[in-house]
Design a protein around this ligand. Structure first.
Ligand SMILES: NC(=O)c1ccc[n+]([C@@H]2O[C@H](COP(=O)([O-])OP(=O)(O)OC[C@H]3O[C@@H](n4cnc5c(N)ncnc54)[C@H](O)[C@@H]3O)[C@@H](O)[C@H]2O)c1
Length: 366
């Protein structure tokens, strides 16, 4: 066994287990306590497919496929650092100053992003604002959503000093798995913005238990957020669009785990949930086509969020291992979702519905 292998094993073991619940508890205080955020945390932050060639330190097969309750990785850095630096993005609203198809603009549209206070949802929301939309950020963590809403507007002001109109970005509490919470949240958004045109469902999480020992209440919670949460927001906003006789576009955030099975870590309910999200989108796309409501999914691969970046910074050997299975040779950045989400929400994709856009660096092709 080489020292790289044993070092990598140790590092992978430490790195691949994290605590999304713990992150919330450490860095933020949700406005209301959620059962999801109150029990002991056991989350992987990224898939460990690349562990397939690794043996456990004890040599016991399947070691990495279990959740290690003792290891936690805390959420890194100030939350403000989650917004990509402006100079990495195209500045300006829509096609202003930059030659591009006007149909890609989201100007005049009001978009909703669930799970938008951090991670992929936050950056997709920023992409929507850069593309001209007004935005409602929905999250369990309303305080963080409010802070990020202000930061998005500040960033916009800095990048567009001569803008005649500032985007309206608001923050709203919802537990996406609760019908009552979703209804009151959507009423609040319509009250604040007057209408809703687009939806991105990014609220979701994964965790790792073997199926035979997966506590059923946790399975229900996972499906509640990933599947019910998508359903509840989609159907409530569809009713709103139909009442207005307005066109709309929805993008559900699935995962490549909805099409392939990650190995070796066990996450059957998550994979099933993301497959459900993909087929839910296709089914609703067909059902709502006659109303002018389009529904598509984006299925990200391994994305380098603030959390996974910290893991890789702490374990430099891992990066090469993690990326070795990705044809593009790198993990995705949250910014890599800005273009796909803008395309699917905009009129540039007006004949695209029921599609699944994989943003995975080619991972699922292999
Ligand atoms: N990060 C990845 O590599 C990756 C890859 C594929 C798919 N995804 C999917 O992308 C989505 C976003 O992932 P992320 O990495 O940005 O996660 P994240 O944990 O950084 O952000 C998720 C956000 O959702 C919120 N949230 C969780 N439960 C909620 C609930 N019940 N109601 C309202 N808000 C809730 C959280 O507070 C958080 O702000 C998830 O659906 C995830 O499954 C992520």
């Amino acid at each position: 066994m080489s020292s790289f292998q044993s070092g990598a094993r140790r590092a992978l073991r430490q790195a691949l287990v994290s605590t999304r619940q713990h992150l919330h508890q450490q860095t933020t205080t949700p406005r209301r306590a959620s059962p999801l955020l109150s029990s002991s945390p056991r989350y992987f932050t990224t898939s460990s497919r690349l562990l397939k060639d690794e043996e456990s330190p004890s040599g016991k097969e399947g070691q990495y496929a279990r959740t290690d309750h003792t290891i936690q990785v805390s959420y890194p850095g100030p939350s403000s650092s989650q917004l990509p630096p402006a100079d990495s993005l195209v500045k300006g609203i829509g096609h202003g100053g930059v030659p591009t198809l006007p149909t890609f603009s989201l100007q005049g549209k009001v978009g909703v992003v669930t799970g938008g206070a951090r991670g992929l949802g936050l950056v997709m929301g920023q992409g929507m604002v850069i593309s001209g939309a007004d935005l409602a950020i929905v999250d369990l963590n309303q305080a963080e959503a409010e802070k990020q809403a202000e930061l998005i507007v500040e960033t916009f002001k800095r990048d567009n000093p001569s803008a005649t109109r500032l985007p309206k970005v608001t923050a709203h509490y919802a537990d996406v798995s609760s019908p009552e919470s979703v209804q009151s949240c959507i009423a609040e958004i319509v009250g604040a913005h007057g209408k809703i045109d687009s939806l991105v469902t990014s609220a979701g999480f994964t965790e790792n238990f073997e199926a035979v020992s997966y506590p059923f209440d946790r399975v229900q919670k996972l499906w509640g957020v990933n599947v019910d949460g998508t359903w509840l927001f989609a159907t409530e906003i569809a009713r709103h669009l139909m009442e207005r006789k307005a066109k709309g576009s929805m993008v559900f955030i699935g995962s490549m785990s909805g099409s392939i099975v990650n190995v070796p870590q066990p996450q059957a309910p998550y994979n099933a949930a993301k497959a459900a999200v993909r087929h839910m989108a296709a089914s609703l796309a067909v059902e709502w086509a006659k109303y002018g409501v389009r529904v598509n999914t984006i299925s990200p691969g391994y994305m380098l969020t603030a959390l996974t970046q910290k893991i890789l910074d702490d374990n430099p050997d891992l990066k090469e291992k993690w990326t070795s299975l990705i044809p593009q040779g790198k993990m995705g950045k949250p910014e890599d979702l800005m273009g796909p989400v803008t395309f699917l929400l905009s009129d540039a994709s007006s004949y695209v519905t029921g599609a699944d856009l994989r943003v995975d660096g080619g991972y699922t092709c292999t």
